[in-house]
Write a protein that binds this ligand. Sequence first.
Ligand SMILES: [Zn+2]
Length: 133
Amino acid sequence: MPIGELKASAFSATPSTRLNRRSFLRRTMAGLGTSAVLSMPAVRSVEAATLRKTRTVYRLSSHGRRVCSACKANDAHRFYLNADSANKGRAHLGCNCGIVTQNLPSRIWACYFRGGKVAVFDDRWGNPRCPPA
Ligand SMILES: [Zn+2]
């Protein structure tokens, strides 16, 4: 048996095994890469949008004040587009409720104010399409 032939076959076997293993790994990585590109960033961006995208709304607050029941009801249910609307939307003349801000998720803000077309939202009016804040 010629030794030269044996060595040659041993040499030829080793690189082909390595190649197969490498191409298998490459295929596996490519598979993982594809599914990661398709799913992960999309999920993350949706979550980030939901968490971060908020709009500031203005509300009247009776916190720390002695106010009438009309004020309390008004304060509890109304959301204003801006401070001016909040000031004009008081329950009665002489109302001294404070104007405070609150951050609402953008999709709720858009629903309450119809994208900014209306300045006041009152959850007593009933709008089943708007999710609770
Ligand atoms: Zn008031």
